[in-house]
Design a protein around this ligand. Structure first.
Ligand code: GLP
Length: 257
């Protein structure tokens, strides 16, 4: 694992976007795994600016998102389909056929999960997977106790995850408590992984992911098994890291040596 610590969230987010741009520049037909959540918004803002300057940069990419709420139609404003359209896909003018998310409104979510897993395989697998981090250590919607070898499937969300995501829904709306998510095994199959975590609310999960035992109790700790996983954090999210001095010695100010 490569641990890069940045002075603030904006710097960490810009560096995440820069790394995505670099991957796409060297591999114009890259298959990108994408994430949602508040943490990703500045990353997507930076990618939209990059597109404004290099309109052809993203024309060959294919994308697969991590997850989608069960029961939400792609046009529902809080669906991850809508999130992606709003924050990235519309601005990058990506053809719908090359932007993939699980269908939360599929009549048979199990079959939809299997179809999604197969679509990733058919595309040749994910070259670069972008991840956020839940405050309880989840990646995608793989909640604590998820099998570390799991594939795309239905997951029930914890109360704390439902509560954390309620901020995106209006008060009278029911927040979905099930989702289709890539499994931890699916995520680990990506050739390269970038995880971005910012803010003090993530400090406990960041410490467990990096320095805790490999455990289904902290799904993100599975990244310890990956050979090309880079973790980008800001000061606030890095607070509880015991080996922080070591990480900063190897990568001063987040520099990649
Ligand atoms: C959701 C998403 C995750 C995301 C997490 C953190 O649960 N399924 O992919 O990483 O939220 O979200 P935020 O960045 O808003 O804290």
């Amino acid at each position: 694992m490569k641990i890069l610590i940045f002075p603030d969230a904006q710097t960490a987010s810009l560096e995440t976007a820069r790394r995505i741009m670099t991957r796409v520049a060297t591999m114009p037909k890259a298959v990108l795994g994408l994430a949602t959540g508040g943490t990703m918004e500045p990353v997507y803002t930076a990618l939209r600016s990059a597109f404004a300057q290099h309109p052809m940069a993203f024309s060959g990419i294919t994308t697969f998102n991590l997850d989608e709420y069960i029961g939400l139609h792609p046009d529902h404003p809080q669906s991850y389909h809508c999130y992606m359209k709003k924050h990235l896909f519309a601005a990058l003018q990506l053809p719908v056929a090359r932007t993939h998310l699980p269908r939360g409104d599929a009549p048979d979510p199990d079959a939809e999960s299997a179809r999604y897993e197969d679509a990733i395989l058919q595309a040749g697998g994910i070259d670069l997977q972008l991840l956020g981090l839940g405050a309880n250590g989840h990646i995608g919607f793989n909640e604590p106790t998820s099998s570390l070898t799991s594939r795309t499937r239905i997951k029930t969300l914890t109360r704390s995850t439902v509560a954390a995501n309620a901020r995106f829904f209006s008060e009278d709306e029911r927040v979905p408590d099930t989702a289709i998510t890539m499994g931890i095994g699916t995520i680990l199959d990506a050739k390269q992984i970038l995880l971005l975590a910012t803010g003090a609310a993530k400090k406990d999960a960041v410490a467990k992911m990096i320095e805790g035992p490999l455990s289904a109790a902290c799904p993100a700790s599975a990244l310890q098994l990956h050979r090309h996983a880079t973790i980008l954090v800001d000061e606030a999210a890095a607070t509880d890291l015991k080996l922080r001095v070591y990480y900063e010695t190897v990568h001063p100010s987040g520099a990649d040596k």
